[in-house]
Design a protein around this ligand. Structure first.
Ligand code: ASP
Length: 316
């Protein structure tokens, strides 16, 4: 995998590591993974550890499925906050040092922004950031852009609406950053006032020359975009239930909203959904979120294969 077109990546920490040739290569590899025979086992004998300090369904299981499909093995702690030595006061750094002795790569999800970077600093094996608090979720953004390419046949000249909790939603933050690598993209932020897109991402977009604007009127946005990316209001990040209640439920995509949506557009969501997309919408062919989740396996196979297959990081 290319971090830039010339420098190989050692860890997957944030989408800022990628350039355009790097994502094109990764997406071509993900396409190849779709048809990889189960008998091909490029990662046979290798072990992936999944270390999750926050809940997960798709990310953990799809990384594990990806490793198993590549012929590798997995070890896992799905509730590391409670059931690992973290509860006894062990630091992330110490845990990573220990797991370095047990695995050839480590997927980590943690509640603190920057935790994956801290892990990478002490790790001799690749670290893959599976979500660091309200920071980033790079493998999700990669599978999101890959899905856009598959659904619409292009990753350039897109009008993308990011809806919902853009302050704490790490998937929307990572996707906005990744879209800097596309041409002719316009972003619209549709968020409750309490959870706007962060100033850090806005500054990066401005510097990259990607046009963006805020528009609280979802009805007006829907007919004029190619991608609607809905997100959940991140309940676990709010200081109080009152604050969460004031932000939630403001933007709901229902059958009526789908009538407004451009016929050629797609509706995405990193999942899980709570109430922001009604189940009545699921049968609409533009509802891409389940296909999006399935694509995660192929992107994660491509990522693991690139990090581990040639043995360069593991000394095989
Ligand atoms: N599953 C995604 C994440 O871990 C989205 C979400 O939880 O809302 O960030």
């Amino acid at each position: 995998m290319a971090q830039t077109s010339t420098t190989p990546i050692r860890h997957l920490l944030e989408v800022g590591q990628f350039d355009r040739p790097g994502i094109e290569h990764l997406f071509a590899e993900a396409d190849r993974m779709r048809d990889l025979p189960r008998s091909a086992a490029p990662l046979a004998g290798l072990i992936l550890a999944t270390l999750f300090y926050e809940p997960s369904t798709r990310t953990r299981l799809s990384f594990e499925s990806a490793m198993l499909r590549l012929g590798g093995n997995i070890i896992s702690t799905e509730n590391a906050r409670e059931f690992s030595s973290a509860i006894k006061g062990e630091t992330v750094e110490d845990t990573i040092r220990i797991v370095n002795g047990y695995a050839d790569a480590i997927v980590i999800r943690h509640y603190e922004q920057g935790a994956a970077h801290r892990a990478a600093e002490v790790s001799g094996v690749p670290i893959l950031n599976a979500g660091d608090g309200p920071g980033e979720h790079p493998s999700q953004a990669l599978l999101d852009l890959y899905t856009i390419g598959h659904e619409l046949g292009r990753i350039d000249n897109l009008r993308v609406a990011l809806i919902g909790d853009l302050r704490y939603g790490r998937t929307a933050r990572s996707l906005a950053r990744l879209l800097r690598l596309t041409e002719g993209t316009e972003l619209v932020f549709v968020s409750p006032p309490a959870v706007p897109m962060g100033a850090d991402i806005r500054a990066e977009l401005a510097e990259a020359g990607v046009p963006f604007r805020d528009d609280p009127d979802l009805d007006a946005v829907l007919p004029n975009v190619d991608v609607v990316y809905q997100t959940r209001v991140q309940k676990e990040r709010f200081a109080s239930t009152e604050e969460y209640e004031s932000a939630k439920g403001q933007y709901v995509t229902d059958a009526e909203a789908m009538r407004r949506l451009n016929p050629g557009a797609i509706l995405m969501h990193p999942l899980p959904r709570v109430d922001e997309i009604t189940t009545a919408v699921d049968a609409d062919p533009r509802a891409a979120y389940f296909r999006q989740a399935h694509n995660g396996v192929f992107i994660r196979m491509a990522l693991l294969n690139e990090l581990l297959a040639d043995g360069s990081t593991t000394g095989r």
